[in-house]
Design a protein around this ligand. Structure first.
Ligand code: SF4
Length: 156
């Protein structure tokens, strides 16, 4: 959805329309066109159009690095296989939370995140690779992920 579509839906006051238009000389500032357009799209879709705060993204990144490091030292799988990678890519690339190749929920660059076996979608649309996942499209177009088999503990 673009800003014009959102304005058609929201029908904001004339001043907001002006702030969203090319007549607004400020593009990137807090009163800029982009900020007002994002706000209109959020209102129309109910989907946040901005990434989590930098501190949250930093905590997410540090936690992810920790999980990858732990997987490496415990000789667990760090990267997913090609079929799982493809499956995850399909889910993310059609997700309404994807913006500029980044996930609006966690702020991650999705093409990097989907490679890591230790990571999972914050909305559980795909899971850690330590479980088998299957995705299916519902009649409403929502993709769901279902955990079927957990990794088996060693038998000896
Ligand atoms: S990680 Fe999940 S929420 Fe984020 S873009 Fe991918 S599917 Fe969507």
């Amino acid at each position: 959805m673009n800003c014009n579509d959102a304005i058609e839906i929201n029908k904001p006051p004339r001043r907001i329309r002006w702030l969203c238009s090319d007549l607004n000389p400020d593009v990137d500032g807090p009163n800029g066109r982009d900020a007002y357009c994002r706000q209109q799209i959020e209102l129309a879709t109910g989907v946040p159009q901005s990434f989590p705060p930098a501190a949250t993204q930093a905590v997410n990144a540090i936690a992810a690095v920790g999980r990858v490091g732990l997987a490496a030292v415990t000789r667990n799988v760090v990267f997913v296989s090609d079929p799982i990678l493809k499956e995850r890519e399909t889910v993310c690339s059609t997700c309404d939370q994807l913006k500029d190749n980044r996930c609006l929920k966690c702020g991650c660059f999705y093409k990097k995140k989907i490679r890591l076996a230790t990571e999972e979608c914050p909305l559980k649309k795909w899971l850690r690779a330590s479980v088998n996942i299957s995705t299916s499209a519902t009649p409403t177009g929502t993709v769901t992920a279902t955990a079927t088999t957990a990794i088996q503990p060693p038998t000896t």
